[in-house]
Design a protein around this ligand. Structure first.
Ligand code: ZN
Length: 314
């Protein structure tokens, strides 16, 4: 089974943990490292003959158009990671629509192909912002990958399904690819990317992905940021937890990432989306109204196992 590999294309000063220092109005004052870090990432992908999905910040695309063209020319998928990296739940629906529309237009102009995928900054589509799915559908996105089905102080949709599902909105349907987790007796643990890849021992990450693949028939949605391969990046001030999440394990991240690509076959998210819909839809469908209340989905919907013909079982 192939897993998906995704990159959130943003620079080290744009992460939400350092929002106070790194407000968008200050971004131009930082010295950028995104071109070198992305070049390193692209080389590693080439070494493993791997293609990825790059969820790209519109601001980055505007500033580094050649970089976006190069990523697209090398066969990777360009997808959208907002324009300004503001959390979805901090925006009004109108602000979210404008930010997303602007980023999508910039990316499509540069890549020369339609952009089908969206990932919210810091997984910020939560139980308080399900309206975002309807707007994404209006803007012709085919899939979203913003829901982390865990309990977390800053993000998370604890009762959301752990497997891909389709959300029916008044404007049409959109497929959700949740971030990867392992589940044991009702408790869920995040795996397979970002800080979790750096914080957890590699053997646990590998076990978790194999468990999803072999025991549950689920593809894991792996992810990282270019700055995670750059342990020499300038240090920023922030809360102890923000600094831990951002700086822990940077030195070992490249090796872990290389091992991931050596141990698992990966593909861009849009390829998985096409596979799911090639013959007939093979994803459970939810109504937007089911997602909007309380903690979201009903228990009966989110704990069921994928059906026998769920992708990857064959
Ligand atoms: Zn981000």
């Amino acid at each position: 089974m192939k897993n998906t590999i995704t990159v959130d294309l943003e620079d080290y000063y744009q992460v939400s943990a350092f929002n106070d220092a790194g407000a968008p109005t200050n971004w131009s004052s930082f010295s950028s490292r995104i071109e070198n870090n992305t070049a390193k990432l692209l080389s590693i992908f080439d070494e493993h003959s791997s293609k990825a999905t790059f969820f790209t910040l519109g601001w980055v695309a505007e500033k580094f158009p050649k970089l976006i063209r190069e990523i697209a020319d090398r066969g990777h998928e360009i997808a959208c990671h907002s324009y300004n990296h503001r959390s979805v739940f901090s925006l009004s629906p109108e602000e979210f629509r404008e930010d997303t529309r602007k980023a999508k237009r910039i990316l499509e102009d540069l890549a020369g192909v339609p952009v089908f995928g969206y990932r919210a900054p810091s997984f910020s589509i939560k139980t308080n912002s399900p309206w975002a799915f309807e707007i994404l559908t209006e803007l012709d996105f085919k899939y979203d990958s913003s829901v982390f089905p865990i309990r977390h102080a800053n993000y998370g949709w604890p009762l959301a399904p752990r497997f891909p599902f389709s959300i029916k909105t008044p404007s049409g349907a959109i497929t959700e690819f949740p971030m990867p987790t392992v589940q044991w007796r009702g408790a869920r643990a995040p795996i397979g990317g970002g800080a979790y890849l750096r914080l957890l021992p590699y053997w646990f990450t590998r076990w978790g992905i194999r468990h999803m693949n072999d025991s549950e028939g689920l593809a894991a949605c792996l992810y990282l940021h270019p700055w995670e391969l750059d342990w020499e990046q300038p240090r920023q001030s922030g809360s102890p937890s923000a600094r831990l999440r951002h700086y822990f394990g940077l030195k070992g991240a490249e090796l872990k990432f290389r091992r991931l690509l050596a141990d698992f076959e990966v593909q861009p998210m849009i390829v998985l989306w096409h596979e799911l819909y090639r013959d007939s839809p093979r994803v459970p469908q939810m109504l937007l109204s089911e997602l909007g209340s309380g903690n979201g989905l009903k228990e009966s919907n989110n704990t069921r196992k994928p059906s026998a013909e769920f992708p990857g079982k064959s």
